[in-house]
Design a protein around this ligand. Structure first.
Ligand code: NAD
Length: 377
């Protein structure tokens, strides 16, 4: 089959295939067509794609392929360029995009949402949310360091002593653990909290002190898909008091709390932010989904009246476009390896497979979202 790699929309530096992943797609039997300039923002020139076995071509030819691999959802213009029966694979956010899902169905397209891979061990190699969150957690610390007017590592110099920075990370999932590891390696003193007490060992193994949320009756546990559930009001109140207290003592706070399918919970109220020291920095990793603080502005850096900087960048992984594209592209190769069992360049949609079923949003004029619930393996 012909597989197309289009240019993403302006502002998206990632590309769905790199020269390295193109050669793997070719080994799976696909004929790969890369749109001219698709890899430019991620530092992959057209010539490198050609050397890897792709044809570098124009927009119309790429969208005319039987399989199109993208990063974000296609817009109306690109939906119209695809013929019925085409498979589009990308981050479709189906839970938040009912109009897109209907448009995919109406055009007879097979839509595969790479951001809906179930959180089961077999699917880890295809999980773009995890691969990108890991890089984003690293980058969140780098952004914090850039906005923080002091050093991370404690130093004793001839001119005096400089204390280490104290970093507090709320939410110890993929992004939070990466942030903890990065901040520790830069020499900061790191504390971390999660509503799931079972992550304590992981937090400690990354070099941080674990601060548990006091438990209210009926408190939150991990759901069967490995994500957090929404908190009870009583639990949220206990947590908010802890976050405000810890934030007031920290130089840098990194918030990563999310609950799938819902707006991100507000962890730091205006009052909690007012309680932080001037010069402190908050990096709100949930900015795109409503934000974990009351004063976050998505994609912007805000300086509060109290001198606290709130970083709301929504493209943290995209700020590392070469490696973010490499990991994203490899996640796609892993998915296509699963879906091309004969390595003959023919994509097979096996809806009996839990991973394939989990990401199939539309097929043959039908909406297949949401998928049946999964069991953790
Ligand atoms: P994850 O599901 O692995 O981790 C989220 C963690 O937060 C879980 O461990 C969960 O238990 C915890 N949590 C949920 N509610 C909480 C609460 N009220 N208090 C404390 N902990 C709570 O998710 P992830 O892959 O690590 O991603 C984390 C966040 O980063 C998400 O919001 C994601 O969208 C975002 N993200 C942002 C960027 C960016 O560029 N800004 C990039 C990648 C990911």
């Amino acid at each position: 089959m012909r597989t197309g790699i289009p240019c993403e929309k302006p502002g998206q530096a990632l590309v769905a295939a790199t020269p390295q992943t193109v050669s793997r797609l070719v080994r799976l039997g696909y004929e790969v067509h890369v749109q001219r300039g698709a890899g430019q923002a991620a530092s992959f020139p057209d010539s490198a794609y050609e050397e890897a076995g792709a044809r570098v071509t124009d927009e119309a030819q790429v969208w005319d392929c039987e399989v199109v691999l993208g990063v974000d959802a296609p817009d109306e213009e690109h939906l119209a360029l695809m013929s019925p029966g085409t498979t589009y694979v990308g981050r479709l956010a189906p839970a938040r995009s009912p109009r897109l899902v209907e448009a995919l169905r109406a055009r007879g397209l097979t839509g595969l949402a790479l951001d809906a891979v179930p959180r089961i061990s077999r699917a880890q190699a295809m999980d773009v949310l995890s691969s990108q969150a890991n890089l984003a957690g690293y980058r969140a610390v780098i952004e914090a360091a850039a906005h923080f007017g002091r050093v991370f590592t404690g130093q004793v110099t001839a001119a005096g002593k400089l204390p280490p920075a104290s970093v507090y990370v709320i939410g110890a999932g993929v992004a939070g653990l990466a942030a903890i590891g990065t901040a520790s390696s830069l020499g900061a003193q790191v504390r971390g909290t999660d509503v799931r007490p079972e992550v304590e060992d992981q937090v400690r193994s990354m070099g941080a002190t674990f601060i548990p949320v006091p438990s209210a009756p009926g408190h939150q546990e991990a759901s069967s898909d490995g994500y957090a559930r929404q908190m009870s009001a009583e639990q949220a109140e206990l947590a908010a008091a802890l976050y405000a207290k810890e934030a007031a003592q920290a130089d840098i706070v990194i918030t990563t709390a999310s609950v799938p399918g819902r707006q991100a919970p507000v962890l730091l109220s205006r009052a909690a932010l007012e309680g932080m020291r001037p010069g402190s920095v908050v990096v709100d990793m949930a900015a795109a989904n409503g934000g974990n603080t009351e004063l976050t502005v998505p994609s912007e850096v805000v300086l509060t009246d109290g001198g606290v900087t709130i970083v709301g960048y929504t493209d943290l992984a995209g700020r590392l476009p070469t490696q973010a594209s490499q990991l994203y592209g490899q996640n796609l190769v892993n998915l296509l390896t699963l879906m091309t069992p004969a390595k003959d360049g023919v994509l097979r949609l096996d809806l009996e497979d839990q991973v394939v079923r989990g990401i199939t949003v539309t097929h043959a004029g039908e909406i297949l979202w949401p998928p049946p619930a999964v069991t953790v393996s």
